[in-house]
Design a protein around this ligand. Structure first.
Ligand code: FAD
Ligand code: FES
Ligand code: FES
Length: 484
């Protein structure tokens, strides 16, 4: 069984198809059609809901943390122990919620199809920020598309709703909601099943390892922002899933003297603080990673686990010399991330083995790390090319080099010929030009709808030139924001 609060109502579910998304559950199972389906692929935000969870603040006190998610990519099993807030839960005692009223006052809706999603993103923004500036409001809404109204009135609604917010029914009921969530906090592995389909929800890494050992056929579910597409876009059925998002040990970020250890089930939003503190370019890249809804649910482990050639974090992690800890039963092994990717969607992972954590070296000022993402849109778009350069330059000579690319091969990959062309050479434009030629030996990219092979290769070479120019003129702030 799994239990959660839907707005303020307790729901206990056990006989549900684990392939059911929260969107379908709300609309079809419960007859709550306020949440809309636009794309069913995480691109439009019409299905945005907010999920509340218990979290411990810097003051050591427990509080509620609210995050916007795409319900079209969220399976019901991942709600275990949480509070789901749908748009129906906002109106209270016959009165619109202040974010809804702001949308009315600022004329933020025309056809209204996108409106519930915007309202829920605004609600999450209101809960997470007292006085968001324009940039924060834009970032909170970048995963919501509107074809009719235009964004100016919606941004005005954001300003009205967040800068003059009064306590609402969720604030008033906070202590009670915390108590209710504590009362339903899972104490053992949860399960949703229907016929021979099941999703198991373990709470500890040891239980996860055991369950995966007994069900090697299972698909691991983290944020589901890739996996759920197999159900919503490819119309597959996933008969057995194991949800890793309730395994607390895999949702931690620990900082040691020489490294960060990031649990594989840590949401990208929760990786931001540590990664951007060490590597500002990593933080910049995360701002451009999908949308806030996707970053709130998608995990670092899932970004590696899907083994996509255009995943954004692997090239950066490879250039930084990151390792992953793989676990199977009680046994663990540590692998350089670059050795994990073998061929298109083929990895070194064995049956019943999973990524437990990612180990990232702390920043070393002797190295110059930069990352660049080239995509057709600034927000909410997958890379055509993603590049990460990490060089140690000693007395004007390249002493060490780690360079990796996404979008240039069947896997995220180091540019070894390029590195060789740089090593031991003066860090000069002439050396960079030779290294650019070597990139053509490293990669034979493909043409697809994101970019042609010629564009990809020239883009990669130009990013290396850009890296060189930026290091010569450090005041230039063009990194990562490159887009075509
Ligand atoms: C609209 C949209 C925009 C996107 N934009 C970007 C983008 O800009 N950049 C980018 O890189 N990606 C993007 N993605 C892809 C996706 O969001 C990321 O890859 C995300 O990090 C996946 O994490 P997840 O937790 O949701 O993974 P899931 O979907 O839960 O899992 C993905 C795969 O990894 C496996 N897996 C999960 N956890 C583990 C583990 N611990 N050990 C082993 N295997 C595991 C799963 O079994 C599955 O095969 C986008 C997706 C969408 C829908
Ligand atoms: S329906 Fe478009 S993001 Fe979910
Ligand atoms: S009001 Fe019609 S799409 Fe936004």
């Amino acid at each position: 069984m799994i239990q959660f609060l839907l707005n303020q109502e307790l729901r206990s579910e056990h006989a549900l198809d684990p392939n059911l998304t929260v969107l379908e559950y709300l609309r079809e199972h419960l007859g709550k059609p306020g949440t809309k389906e636009g794309c069913a692929s995480g691109d439009c935000g019409a299905c945005t809901v907010v999920v509340g969870e218990l979290a411990t603040g810097a003051d050591g006190q427990e509080h509620l943390r609210y995050r916007s998610l795409n319900s079209c990519l969220t399976f019901v099993s991942s709600l275990h122990g949480k509070q789901l807030i749908s748009v129906e839960g906002l109106k209270h005692q016959g009165k619109l919620h202040s974010v809804q009223q702001a949308m009315v006052d600022c004329h933020g809706s025309q056809c209204g199809f996108c409106t519930p999603g915007f309202v829920m993103s605004l609600f999450a923004l209101q809960k997470n920020s007292d006085a968001p500036d324009l940039h924060q409001a834009q970032e909170a809404l970048a995963g919501n598309l509107c074809r009719c109204t235009g964004y100016r009135p919606i941004l005005a609604a954001a300003e009205q709703a967040c800068c003059q917010a009064q306590p609402d029914q969720f604030d008033t009921a906070q202590a009670q909601t915390i108590a209710r969530l504590k009362a339903i906090a899972p104490t053992e592995t949860g399960e949703l099943n229907s016929g021979d389909k099941r999703c198991l929800v373990p709470l500890t890494v040891a239980d996860l390892a055991d369950l995966y050992g007994s069900h090697p056929e299972a698909r691991l579910l983290a944020g589901g922002t890739d996996l759920a597409l197999e159900v919503t876009q490819l119309h597959k059925t996933l008969p057995v899933m194991i949800y890793v998002g309730n395994v607390a040990e895999m949702k931690r970020v620990d900082t040691f003297e020489d490294r960060l250890e990031i649990g594989a089930a840590t949401a990208l939003t929760d990786c931001y603080e540590a990664l951007s503190r060490e590597y500002p370019d990593f933080g910049e890249l995360l701002h451009r990673f999908a949308s806030l809804q996707i970053r709130n649910q998608g995990t670092l482990g899932g970004n590696i686990g899907n083994a996509s050639p255009i995943g954004d974090s692997p090239p950066l992690l490879i250039a930084l010399g990151a390792q992953i800890v793989l676990r199977r039963g009680q046994a663990t092994r540590t692998l350089a991330l670059e050795d994990y990717f073998i061929d298109y969607r083929i990895t070194a992972r064995q049956d019943s083995e999973f990524i437990e954590k990612i180990i990232v070296p702390r920043a070393n000022l002797a190295w110059a790390f930069r990352a660049y993402k080239v995509s057709k849109r600034l927000d909410d778009d997958i890379s055509a090319v993603c590049a990460a350069f990490n060089l140690r330059i000693d007395n004007g000579v390249v002493a060490e080099a780690r360079i990796a690319f996404g979008g240039m091969a069947a896997i995220p990959k180091r540019a070894l010929a390029c590195e060789t062309a740089l090593l031991g050479k003066p860090f000069s434009m002439a050396t960079i030009e030779r290294a650019c030629q070597a990139l053509a030996e490293d990669f034979t990219p493909l043409s697809d709808f994101r970019a042609s092979k010629e564009y990809r290769l020239l883009g990669a070479q130009n990013l290396l030139r850009k890296y060189f120019i930026e290091l010569q003129t450090p005041h230039i702030e063009t990194r990562v924001t490159a887009y075509v």
